[in-house]
Write a protein that binds this ligand. Structure first.
Ligand code: GGG
Length: 398
């Protein structure tokens, strides 16, 4: 993590080694549905300004995927498009989901398809209370809330196994399978320990082992085995229901939470809520081998009820853009975006209570103004627990 960038004479910035950047990155942009394109527009603009300030190029290619494409063509994503996506350095995703399409079709056919096709094995979901943003937890202070949920990203209930027979009859029967392989569980747990070793040295495994005894066993076995290799990282286990209460009552006990796919999806909405709003939460779907691109997205969905109103908060998407750049190694640029937005949130509040409710575009522009005003990443406080720090450190975890 560098926080010592310097301004060069032409207004660009030198990295911590005193070099001007200069690389070119190909970014695939999937705005998707609902408010997705509105928030990715703001994230892209912030990323472009960061590239300009820090001396590298971003080539964005937009992919028209989502409900409109599906309704017009009957296709979700074809093999050629997947091949094309694969040739990019990273993917920026907005949101999917549309009331015109049966629930689950777009989510499974696009997001889950890309996660599994590109073996984006873990989903990294950081949340922290940013000064100026009001948490629904009364008297919560920033020092007490800074967590990362590591969600297994390819299996569990989301692997797609199941069947529904006799739909529409009184004897309809549905089966939804949860898949848990030692391979996927172990790599997720190992990732969580590696990340914790770069943070505050604590991992909590969250499951429901007292009821889901078979899946729970494989998680506990992997957890115990991996923990042996990390003597400096303390660890504990919580049932998922208890974990929810602990997050509300004693959030300071958590550093890294590792869990299976479904629990991770739900718990990370809770951590986003504690942070002051789902609109602020970013995530990274990480390919651990570098053989395929990783994908960065806000945690929130497509929010069709507020499309076109300018009320969507772009914070989660902008933070996701920062994570993406951190993952590519452009740490100073990522840091500049992140800290500029933190500064904007400090003066404007978050999407919830106490926020000034600026428009999507106003928040994006204020972030850019702040980046240009401060520019030099060395001025920012990079305490090591930011989304930039997380994403730049996870890029070295395999
Ligand atoms: N921006 C992410 C998004 O559109 N999420 C909708 C959703 O429900 N995704 C399912 C998932 O994250 O597993």
């Amino acid at each position: 993590m560098s926080n010592v960038a310097q301004a060069s004479k032409d207004g660009h910035h030198l990295n911590s080694e005193g070099e001007l950047g200069g690389g070119t990155y190909r970014i695939a942009e999937i705005g998707g549905d609902g408010i997705g394109p509105e928030v990715t527009d703001e994230a892209r603009e912030c990323m472009n300004v960061a590239a300009e300030l820090y001396g590298f190029d971003l080539q964005f290619e937009k992919f028209d995927l989502g409900a409109d494409h599906f309704l017009a063509t009957g296709e979700l994503i074809d093999e050629t498009t997947l091949m094309n996506l694969r040739g990019h350095d990273a993917i920026l995703l907005g949101a999917v989901g549309d009331p015109r399409v049966e629930s689950g079709v777009l989510e499974k056919g696009l997001i889950l398809k890309i996660r599994s096709a590109f073996v984006q094995a873990v989903n990294v979901r950081p949340a922290r209370l940013i000064p100026g943003v009001i948490s629904p937890i009364r008297k919560l202070t920033p020092e007490r809330f800074n967590v990362v949920v590591i969600r297994e990203n390819t299996e569990g209930m989301y692997a797609g196994g199941g069947s529904l027979a006799h739909r529409g009859t009184p004897w309809a029967v549905a089966v939804q399978q949860s898949i848990n392989t030692n391979l996927a569980v172990s790599r997720t747990v190992r990732f969580a320990f590696e990340l914790a070793a770069r943070r505050r040295n604590h991992v909590t495994l969250c499951h429901k082992t007292n009821v889901l005894t078979d899946a729970g066993r494989i998680w506990l076995d992997a957890f115990d085995e991996v923990a042996i290799g990390y003597p400096d990282v303390s660890h504990n286990y919580l049932h998922v229901d208890a974990c929810c209460v602990h997050l509300l009552e004693r959030p300071e006990q958590f550093d890294v939470i590792v869990t299976e796919n479904l629990f991770g999806d739900i718990l990370s909405d809770l951590t986003a809520g504690i942070q002051g709003g789902l609109g602020l939460a970013p995530s990274g779907n990480i390919n651990l081998t570098g053989e395929a691109p990783s994908m960065f997205e806000p945690v929130h969905g497509s929010a069709p009820d507020i499309v076109g109103t300018g009320r969507a908060h772009p914070g989660g998407a902008i933070f996701a853009g920062a994570m993406l750049l951190g993952h590519l190694g452009e740490v100073d640029a990522a840091c500049s975006i992140e800290q500029a937005l933190v500064s904007v949130l400090g003066s404007q509040g978050g999407p919830g209570k106490g926020g000034t409710h600026r428009s999507t575009h106003e928040i994006g522009q204020m972030t850019i103004d702040e980046m240009r005003r401060h520019g030099d990443a060395s001025e920012w406080d990079m305490s090591g627990f930011s989304v930039t720090a997380i994403s730049s450190s996870v890029s070295s975890i395999e």
